[in-house]
Design a protein around this ligand. Structure first.
Ligand SMILES: C[S@@+](CC[C@H](N)C(=O)[O-])C[C@H]1O[C@@H](n2cnc3c(N)ncnc32)[C@H](O)[C@@H]1O
Length: 290
């Protein structure tokens, strides 16, 4: 089930058709979208099928999708956690990245969000839509204009217009997706041509809720996994990787000196989470079905 909540502003397409009772608002039935998404475009009065957004191959095996805790994710997130999941250095580095990559005035979807936003406070965006599993957390997030609650391991379709966002962000959460191929295809669908998807993560996780392919991996293999999630959807640009490893003093600049490397190896810079981001854009150019 999908629930959509207007957080702050009125007059948006998600405005509920009946008044809210307490803090919970509209519930909508969810439509199932096929795994393979083929777009239709109109050019010179001709209708052409493009394969943009199509899932080319599955990345994960059935075993790779499994979790140690097999209870529904909604149960796990039933109670709000008003904590931050990564340290201040991670957050400030991510905010800096968003400042560089996300244009003011953009329309942004914050996928798998919570009560905190890592978007730069001073930048104004046209709208920020949040998604997550806990309505109380999302209602507290000061950045969100609207939010909706949906378990993406139950249903991967978003009740959002195609080509309606300039950017989608997903922070320290991709490891919980059991059907990432379908979720990345949906992100592709809702992005405007040229729109960006930024997936960021660190070493921390709710171990029992992370998929096996992630739990058993290294930082390198996790980056490769997210790269493959992008590559399995037709029409994303070649993903770019960003790694910001913790260094002494708390800054997150990549320090390649032998001393820093040994200190990191020995775990002597505690309390600083590395930031890994994988970024790709929705290609402008349509890809025609052969
Ligand atoms: C570690 S928190 C990260 C929250 C937020 N992105 C942040 O940076 O603080 C993981 C988030 O993933 C979301 N999540 C986990 N499993 C999910 C699922 N099956 N469907 C949708 N969202 C899920 C939860 O809402 C939770 O807030």
């Amino acid at each position: 089930m999908l629930t959509i909540h207007p957080n702050l502003k009125l007059g948006h397409p998600y405005t509920p058709t009946k008044p809210e009772t307490s803090s919970i608002s509209l519930s909508l039935k969810t439509k199932t979208r096929p795994a393979t998404i083929v777009n239709t475009i109109h050019e010179n009065n001709q209708t052409k099928q493009t394969s943009a957004g199509k899932i080319k191959r599955l990345v994960l095996t059935q075993e790779g999708r499994t979790k140690l805790n097999t209870y529904p994710d909604r149960d796990f997130y039933a109670y709000p956690r008003f904590v931050t999941h990564v340290d201040d250095n991670f957050i400030s580095t991510l905010t800096k990245l968003y400042r560089e990559r996300l244009n003011p005035g953009s329309e942004i979807l914050d996928l798998m969000s919570s009560w905190v936003s890592h978007l730069p406070k001073e930048v104004e965006y046209k709208r920020v839509v949040g998604h997550g599993l806990n309505a109380q957390e999302l209602a507290k997030n000061p950045r969100l204009d609207y939010f909706f609650v949906k378990d993406l391991n139950q249903d991967q379709s978003f009740e959002l217009e195609s080509c309606s966002f300039d950017a989608v962000i997903c922070t320290v959460s991709v490891q919980y997706l059991q059907q990432p191929e379908k979720v990345f295809a949906e992100v592709f669908r809702v992005l405007k041509p040229g729109g960006v998807f930024i997936v960021s993560f660190s070493n921390r996780m709710f171990y029992e809720k992370a998929i096996s392919a992630w739990r058993e991996g290294s930082a390198h293999s996790r980056i490769q996994l997210v790269v493959q999630y992008f590559q399995c959807v037709e029409g994303f640009t070649q993903p770019e990787n960003i790694r910001k490893l913790p260094v002494a003093g708390g800054a997150q600049e990549e320090d390649k000196s032998p001393f820093s490397w040994i200190m990191r190896l020995l775990g002597l810079f505690p309390g600083s989470d590395p930031l890994y981001s994988v970024i790709a854009y929705k290609n402008f150019k349509p890809i025609y079905e052969s």
